[in-house]
Design a protein around this ligand. Structure first.
Ligand SMILES: [Mn+2]
Length: 324
């Protein structure tokens, strides 16, 4: 039997797998990548035997819809597939060798789905993941119910945010830790608090790196700031690609009634755009971005890969009208 663990390289993906493998250890082949690299399942080889069951695949925190063809190919190939996720699934194949655990509720994430399946055995990791996926109020109430102090909840939040921060980048070269290495490191700590108290853990390394990137981001150029929309521009650099996502979350949390737009210059002088709907009005971001050729995404968060500079004005006025 060959085992594959396929997971998103962000906090939610990594900490979903940490929970699972601490409870069900397995010698598996890891398949992951930068956060935006979600078409991961196609990297699992096809045996061509179709009689099974030489292959067990666990898939965590990547959209089933985006991995549809690869999933179907694996099921036909006889693989046993365990799938847990909270992104768009499309039609879920009804096959006995697929165990699908999909929940599209905007207030859940994959680590919380896994937490339920494991009856909360690794609950603290799940809470850190929920913080990392920016489900702040959900995580706050879970921490409270679990009897954690405010300081402990803050620590889990910081760890979750730092692991999430590590996933952002254009390619693995931008990242401090390759997500597979970060997983291998974190899974050795029985609880997130063991990781935080170890001065040599990734927590402390990421904390320093994050602060240095954040400092640079604070001097970003403000393109627009009014009651409806805060738009900033970051330069084309590894630090900007790393910090943009978590910086955007931070601005969104600090300005809950504003849409947050972050522009990063691409090397071809077009913009990469990340748009967050206002925290208090989580709708429409995907619809707005889809009106541009290389745009798309979810209601709460969406993006445009290559926005020509000449279209920036029309994007800004579209966003202002939509949320105004
Ligand atoms: Mn997630």
């Amino acid at each position: 039997m060959t085992y594959y663990d396929v997971f998103n390289g962000d906090a939610d993906g990594i900490l979903s797998l940490v929970q699972l493998r601490q409870v069900q250890p397995r010698d598996s082949i890891l398949i992951t990548g930068v956060k935006r690299d979600i078409e991961l399942l196609k990297q699992v080889p096809i045996d061509g035997s179709s009689n099974s069951s030489g292959k067990t695949i666990t898939v965590l925190d990547v959209s089933m819809e985006k991995n549809k063809a690869a999933l179907q190919a694996q099921l036909t190939d006889g693989a046993d597939v365990f799938y847990a996720d909270h992104h768009r699934s499309g039609n879920i194949p009804q096959q006995v060798n697929l165990n699908a655990n999909i929940d599209l509720d905007a207030n859940t994430c994959t680590a919380l789905i896994v937490d339920k399946l494991l009856n909360g055995e690794k609950h603290h990791w799940a809470i850190a993941a929920a913080y990392g996926d920016n489900l702040i109020s959900v995580a706050d109430s879970l921490a409270k119910t679990a009897g954690l102090s405010e300081t402990e909840a803050e620590q889990l939040k910081e760890l979750g945010v730092l692991i999430n921060y590590n996933g952002y980048g254009e390619s693995l070269d931008d990242l401090h830790f390759e997500p597979a290495n970060l997983y291998n490191n974190l899974v050795q700590y029985p609880s997130p608090f063991d990781c935080i108290s170890d001065q040599h853990s990734p927590f402390h390394l990421l904390k320093n790196a994050y602060q240095s990137d954040l400092k640079k981001a604070q001097s970003a150029v403000v393109v627009n700031d009014d009651d409806t929309l805060l738009a900033l521009e970051l330069e084309d650099a590894a630090w900007a690609r790393r910090i943009s996502g978590v910086f955007g979350n931070q601005l969104a949390n600090q300005n809950p009634d504003k849409a947050i737009l972050i522009l990063t210059q691409n090397t071809d002088s077009s913009y990469r755009v990340s748009l967050r709907a206002p925290i208090n009005n989580k709708q429409g971001a995907g619809d707005v971005c889809s009106q541009f050729e290389t745009g798309g995404g979810r209601a709460a968060a969406a993006g445009i890969n290559n926005l020509p500079q000449t279209e920036l004005k029309s994007l800004l006025s579209l966003v202002s009208r939509f949320y105004g």
